[in-house]
Design a protein around this ligand. Structure first.
Ligand SMILES: Nc1ncnc2c1ncn2[C@@H]1O[C@H](COP(=O)(O)OP(=O)(O)OP(=O)(O)O)[C@@H](O)[C@H]1O
Ligand SMILES: [Mg+2]
Length: 281
């Protein structure tokens, strides 16, 4: 009699667990298709959310809220960004396009945590960049390919790429093996490993800079004109690598580009005009 009761209880628990599991799917099906709706409904931001085809719904990683920024020199103030609002999700590649001088690199430098907005805020996974430890942010969360590359001039290509990994505590030998793989992935021959930046062409430096950004494994990858110096074959390879980082590895990739061929590969395009940003597609 007693064991019968326990058996009944066991089955009840099993059904309850099954109902709880399916509730997640029912929520997605009936409550709404956006992650916000689901996250609010459950009261938890930590759950992973799936759609009914079992695809994980992308979450917003970076939110730019009413950001303005100006450069002040002795003689003038240049308003570079005015009331910029945008958001960037995980697993997506974004293109930011616009005329020269419109404010693209300024936005990138704020996203990279190099400076703070004069007004407004940037939220990374819901946390304001203002209160963050920005050394940690720049080392572990964000990786940047600068318009002017900014490779370490006294380090070889291999050392440039392995450096971010060594900073994170990865053993030198392991970091160098991984660095060699990344250098090959961006289409550079092994001989480049020993060369210093001043011994490389612009396109080679650019690809070393991309390999270095990939090495740091920051989930927000910012690239300022990453294909500006490349021939069309290398350009396609780099775009595929950046797209792969977004779609296969969950990175948020933000690419500034003047090249419409690169922009059209993005999941979403923002256009900057005189410091104002608008979503294009
Ligand atoms: N360090 C600086 N000091 C003063 N003004 C600056 C500085 N850097 C940029 N600016 C100005 O801010 C504005 C936006 O510059 P930004 O570099 O963001 O443009 P951009 O869209 O990246 O241009 P490009 O496509 O040529 O790289 C421009 O008017 C530029 O002259
Ligand atoms: Mg620029």
């Amino acid at each position: 009699m007693c064991s019968h009761l326990w058996q009944q209880l066991f089955y009840c628990m099993k059904y309850l667990a099954c109902i709880c599991h399916n509730l997640k799917w029912l929520c997605v099906l009936f409550v709404g298709e956006t992650e916000e709706t689901f996250a609010h409904w459950t009261g938890s931001q930590d759950w992973e959310v799936y759609d009914i085809s079992n695809r994980r719904i992308q979450m917003e990683r970076v939110k730019v809220e009413a950001v303005s920024y100006s450069y002040r020199t002795k003689y003038q103030t240049i308003q570079a960004l005015t009331d910029v609002n945008c958001s960037f999700e995980e697993s997506k590649m974004y293109a930011v396009v616009g005329e020269s001088g419109s404010g693209k690199s300024t936005l990138l430098s704020l996203l990279a945590g190099l400076d703070l907005p004069a007004s407004g805020d940037i939220l990374v996974e819901g946390e304001s960049i203002r209160g963050m430890n920005r050394d940690h942010y720049r080392r572990d969360v964000v990786s940047v390919v600068y318009q002017a590359f900014h490779l370490f001039p006294l380090l070889s290509a291999l050392e440039n790429v392995s450096y971010p990994m060594e900073l994170k505590g990865i053993a030198k030998k392991e970091a160098r093996v991984r660095a060699k793989e990344l250098i090959a992935q961006v289409g550079l021959a092994d001989k480049i490993c020993k060369q210093f930046p001043k011994m490389m062409s612009g396109g080679e430096q650019q690809r070393v800079a991309i390999a270095r950004a990939l090495a740091s494994e920051g989930k927000i990858l910012l690239a300022d004109e990453p294909t500006g110096n490349l021939d069309s074959e290398n350009e396609r390879n780099i775009v595929e690598i950046l797209k792969g980082a977004a779609h296969d590895r969950g990175y948020t990739v933000i690419v500034i580009t003047h090249n419409p061929e690169v922009a059209k590969e993005a999941d979403c395009i923002y256009r900057m005009r005189d410091g104002h940003l608008a979503r294009e597609a």
